[in-house]
Design a protein around this ligand. Sequence first.
Ligand code: FAD
Ligand code: EGO
Length: 475
Amino acid sequence: MSRGRDHHVAVVGGGLVGALNACFLAKRGFKVDMYEMRADIRTQEIVHGRSINLAMSYRGREALRHIGLEDEVVRNGTPMYARMIHRLDGTTRSIPYGKKDQYIMSVDRRKLNELLLTAAEKYPNVTLYFHHKFVSCDFKTGEMVFENERGERVTRKADVIIGCDGAFSSVRRQIMKNTLFNYEQTYIPHGYIELCIPPTHDDKFAMGVNYLHIWPRNEFMLIALPNKDKTYTTTLFMPFEIFEKTNTEEKLMNFFRTYFPDSINFLGEDNLKNTYMNTPALPLVSVKCHPYHVDGKGLIMGDAAHAMVPFYGQGMNAGMEDCIVLDDMLNQYNDDFTKALPAFTEMRNIDAKAICDLAMYNYIEMRQGVNSRLFILRKKLDNLLYALFPNTWIPLYTMVSFTRIRYQQCILNRQWQDQFLKRVSYGVVVGGVFLGCYLVRNKLLNEEISLLALSEWLPIHLSPLSKWFGHMWTQ
Ligand code: FAD
Ligand code: EGO
């Protein structure tokens, strides 16, 4: 069989994962053809689509480092060193993500995509095709059918077809027809719209810059990520049912005054009304499937393989990490796709399922009674234990966002932590009561802190997390 330089690989989809994957494969020396259904975004004035900016963490950065793009992306992004929690009364609290060098980055989706396309194009062995909508293929012969701008069908050929064509993947649909394939998709009741917080009159950021701003309100969630142009992209998540009910400007303003009063000043009333009334809420879907490969001939990666709800900020990061995993497999099997592709499924399926579950769990947890006070306490407790036992006690968010510990292992570690907390929590609480009484009597702690600690640490320890995962993983 043909290997290495003379091997033709087709990458379907020129989004974040497709363009990055083209770079990875080109670097290995394959002849790469990338097919994107849309126009070249670098030539477009307005690009329609989802989410304007994204939180990039360690896994995404590591993937970019492999192809020498990390520094440029970091230069173009805005670091977020902490989350800023906005309480209902308008007061804010910030809790750092970790040590100074542990931060997530707000990156512009379009800029990142453009950078990746330009990087891919620089390889002499890469060809980019736009206006090529993948329609179908035969994995045995490697023949693919595309539809061009004028609706005409064109046929192309490749030795390996890799689908990086997003949550509604056509390549996946093709795999579904051909082989034993398990597939599961879940729409959640929530949808989202994006709003924009403009700069202030004197051209400054309206809020703290280097934060991920979160307004946790159970059923409703608002988040804001900073952009380079001093705006924030603000995302409102809420049930479609509420979107439909909130259908007049008056109802909208009442809703915001009730749940996000401080955000109105930042957004501006007219801006808020205009955007809300003129943009439809978009759905959120979670996809799990197995396997990801068809013999040594086909593969799906990124959202095509594992779309997830955005409540962990890991979709793009996981998709980019896929590219590292495939690269590792090709190293291990000396560019033999018949061995590397099954190995990719074997390695990645477990971890993709894990991060899909973690994202869904965050959705459930944030909805079910995680008010701002509990959120702050849980994060503080995590940070405290992390500071005390940096090697043993790594908070879940830290494992997921600042390490490349396998997603599945992150869950297992967290289960161990929860088990441990459960066992010692009674002792800690009893000891804490005595210590607390002692400290209060000696006026060493103010009343608020000790009361909060006593009344809320216990329920946090006994959070249903471990039970929930215990249930899931023993099924
Ligand atoms: P896509 O970005 O969907 O790209 C697929 C590409 O394939 C597109 O260019 C499309 O035009 C093309 N295509 C589709 N069908 C065909 C076809 N038939 N033929 C040819 N081309 C085709 N992730 C994070 O890591 N951090 C975040 O903060 C974050 N926030 C998010 C917020 C929201 C609201 C949403 C919805 C998602 C968020 N994500 C985030 C997830 C992230 O957007 C995705 O995981 C990521 O875009 C997946 O990249 P992809 O290349 O696999 O798919
Ligand atoms: C209790 C409450 C325990 C995406 C909440 C854990 C996600 C979850 C959507 C944040 C950060 C990047 C994000 C944290 C938790 C992006 C993220 C988090 C959101 C929503 C998001 C955090 C885009 C969950 N990271 N995160 O710890 O700061 O904690 F709020 Cl709605």
